[in-house]
Ligand binder design. Sequence first.
Ligand code: ATP
Ligand code: MG
Length: 579
Amino acid sequence: MRLSRYYVPTLKETPAEAEVISHKILLRAGMIRKLTSGIYNYLPLGLRSVNKVANIVREEMNRAGAIEVLLPTVQPGDLWKETGRWEFYGKELLRFKDRHDRDYCLGPTHEEVITDLVRGEVRSYKQLPLNLYQIQTKFRDEIRPRFGLMRGREFIMKDAYSFDKDEAGAEESYRAMYEAYSRAFKRIGLKFRAVRADSGAIGGDFSHEFMVLADTGEDTIAVCLDEGCGYAANLEKAATVDPGGQCPATTALPGVEEVATPDQHTVEEVCNFLNVHPSELAKTLLFDADGEPVAALVRGDRELNDVKLRNLLGANELNLATAEQVQAWSGAPVGFAGPVNLKVKRIVADFELRQDQGWITGANKADAHLKNVHLGRDAEIECFADLRVITPGDRCPECGGRIDFWKGIEVGHVFKLGLKYSKAMSATFLDENGKEKFMVMGCYGIGVSRIVASAIEQNNDENGAIFPPSIAPYEVCLMALGGKDQSVTDKAEELYAQLQEAGIEVLYDDRDERPGVKFNDADLIGYPMQLVLGGKGLKNGIIEAKDRRTGERAELPLDDFITNFNAWRDDIWRAWGLK
Ligand code: ATP
Ligand code: MG
């Protein structure tokens, strides 16, 4: 492509609306333009990158045996009513009516549509397993669209859905997708981790989020610092190590003692007032779990993980008790609940509290706390379990190494759905024995447009983007700096033709611009390779080649140019870990 005939409206100034680096660069490099909040036009260079990501994803999906389809963006509300998500999905689902007053929505995801498609066609176990995917535009009316392609309202997603005849098959489908994702993200050139996520009612390790590691990530993940271990989990999921200890019904130790704590509601207030450390407190949180009162205890300096609590209780709905409920269940205002003589049947505690230590707890009485509470002796704890949020410095649940917190951007998600949609929508088949069974499903998403932004977040410098060669809009930018020297222009034209002939994706900056302008644009857009032909070089029979990532320059002989170029190019791909 010749830049003089192309459409790359670069900007000198950074638009004020852009907060993160990828958004700034994508706008400045003329790769995207905002149409309205969270909705972008993809300009030629941006589109090329998006398409390259999509193609790598497509190749890996095909290799894993998935089959491409294309489903509509507009979906009938009736399907969403079948699964109950018409009500439950919330405001991200953009609902509207057609001229006949029928309900429709813009697809934020396609479980309903795909299940409807498959239930109509698949009858026998012989047609399973089946994995269908598409690369398509999604719409989610995000509450805070931001960061350009990172969190748009309209964005491009690859979504796949697997249908299997049994659990074992579904697990195999899951693993195949996990592997396809790992291969795709590696080929794209991303530094990522597959992070264990909470799989809710399904349980087991059947939900992984693929996270690109970047400081600007919106997600925090717990990562084991031992490279060989590789454990990574999101904070909802990350398990803490059982510290052990016992909780006997101690009588030999000092008895429970009430202390006045007038107006001291929070852990911090109570600790200051009693001059103790938060780790000496056991805080009691009251919940309404599917209508039943439950108390959960964690150490005063810890944070309760409500996903772990919900999973432990097997609850569908878990809400922190209201002030009225707290008053009714504990007999005291918020801030004074404790496990001793609590009018709540189910009391669970984090296993850190199993240590035989006299804890400070609420007294179930306004303005009072208790000291020397031994949970084995003084309270009825239903069970001790992992209930807290992991912290940096915790031990790794897999290898005992040290846990640290990293920032990540979620670029993909693999998830075992089980029977959720097949049951709600009666997607059944006849098994080997002619028995009707529900299909076991999985769903797998990749944020195609978000990946382009994530790649820039990971690879940039003060001058602009540094694209991995596998997803760069063009691999090479060829610049001729001969001014009025026709021999330079002629040679550049010749090299341009040779590169194209050799199948290299080359953008030829043939504009009548100063060298500085060309250099700046090439750096900004971030082609991984730059070729600069000048009058002097031509005389000496060489062209200057710059590796955008390292800034290293090489001189490639113009004799047998393509061979020399390919050798240099191979080195660059290898240095990126892409060959
Ligand atoms: P997030 O927590 O970031 O909102 P999600 O859990 O809602 O993501 P999924 O429903 O699993 O995302 O969608 C699959 C993939 O689509 C995500 O892993 C992400 O890469 C991408 N994605 C989701 N929402 C957006 C968005 N608003 N803009 C761009 N990409 C998105
Ligand atoms: Mg979301």
